[in-house]
Ligand binder design. Structure first.
Ligand SMILES: [Fe+2]
Ligand SMILES: [Fe+2]
Length: 326
């Protein structure tokens, strides 16, 4: 049997659990928060005053902070890329009877609220050049991404387990900074987004855990391959107007690190948490090759920590077009 067919078989086996996954890790649509819950109500008489209040406190937060929030927003807004990528995985079919496509759609529907609420907040803040932000978003979606997983669900679920935790960390850190600066609305908003990301992280981690039960060696090898390849960020191709694909990503990532929203240490921490969540030290019945992969993975966090310690984050002041008044 080809590797694709084996993957499809395993995904088929797991399909019977999808309903449980949806119930355990997603929230019914009528019960979950919506962007409007966190934004001034435009049907209200006080709407303009509330917006003015947001604009006043928005001046308190510096350009680095807004740059990170914009990058995070654009990353969320590139959701069409992630949904279409996941729909291509072995075992995921557009067929309405396919359980996995149900999961992907329900997950996408929850995620869609993140970019929506953040985008509206940026617009109301009066601090950013929305047209430039929109151009970057359109570019990022047009550019797509390649996360090095191909259509392999094992590798993809490692990726999503990692990414959901990474986004949890960054939205949560944004919430902390915003709270410190008295930005209550933004703090509450980022906190609740972080809560969604944590649930999603738990879901994808549970999928991997199930696969470990059925196909431990192949799952271990997929995990190792993803870590050797390094987890690339979904905004890897980030750019601003009249610039080349990916030209903005490093600068954005530098700013995120010095603001403390998402750092190299967070990356290491996520690795450690994934090793723990999947209890890779306790998995039995591995081939010799998979045993080796496990050794590599167990040692990786400490090794990466030592490398991360030596990295110096530049203090360069970048002139992001997002921050220049139109
Ligand atoms: Fe999200
Ligand atoms: Fe997410």
């Amino acid at each position: 049997m080809s590797i694709h067919n084996i993957r499809k078989e395993v995904m088929k086996t797991l399909e019977s659990k999808i309903h449980g996954f949806v119930d355990d890790f997603l929230i019914p649509i009528e019960k979950i928060w919506q962007p409007s819950d966190f934004l001034p109500n435009s049907q209200n008489e006080n709407f303009i005053e509330e917006v003015k209040e947001i604009q006043e406190i928005s001046k308190e937060l510096n350009d680095d902070f807004w740059t990170v929030l914009i990058g995070d927003t654009i990353t969320e807004e590139a959701l069409p890329t992630y949904e279409s990528w996941l729909m291509e995985l072995d075992g995921v079919e557009q067929d309405p009877e396919n359980g996995w496509s149900k999961w992907v759609r329900a997950w996408t529907a929850e995620e869609n609220r993140h970019g929506d609420v953040l985008n509206k907040y940026l617009y109301l803040s009066g601090r950013v050049n929305m047209r430039e932000v929109e151009i970057s978003t359109q570019h990022l979606i047009a550019d797509g991404f390649d996360i090095g997983t191909s259509t392999d669900p094992y590798k993809n679920f490692v990726y999503t387990s990692f990414q959901e935790l990474a986004t949890y960390i960054s939205h949560n850190n944004v919430a902390k900074i915003a709270r410190k600066k008295g930005h209550k609305l933004l703090a509450r908003m980022s906190k609740i987004i972080a809560g969604d990301e944590m649930r999603h992280h738990k879901a994808y981690t549970a999928f991997v855990k199930e696969i470990f039960k059925i196909d431990p060696s192949e799952m271990m090898l997929a995990f190792e391959k993803m870590m050797k390849h390094k987890i690339v960020m979904p905004a890897m191709h980030l750019r601003e107007s009249f610039n080349t694909k990916g030209s903005l990503f490093n600068d954005f990532s530098t700013v995120a690190q010095r603001v403390g929203v998402y750092t190299g240490f967070d990356y290491v921490d996520i690795l450690r948490k994934l090793n723990e969540a999947w209890e890779i030290d306790k998995i039995t019945g591995l081939t010799a090759e998979a045993e080796k992969a496990r050794d590599y993975l167990m040692k990786l966090p400490d090794r990466m920590y030592r490398i991360t310690e030596r990295i110096v984050i530049p203090e360069t002041q970048f002139n992001f077009k997002w921050m220049i008044p139109a």
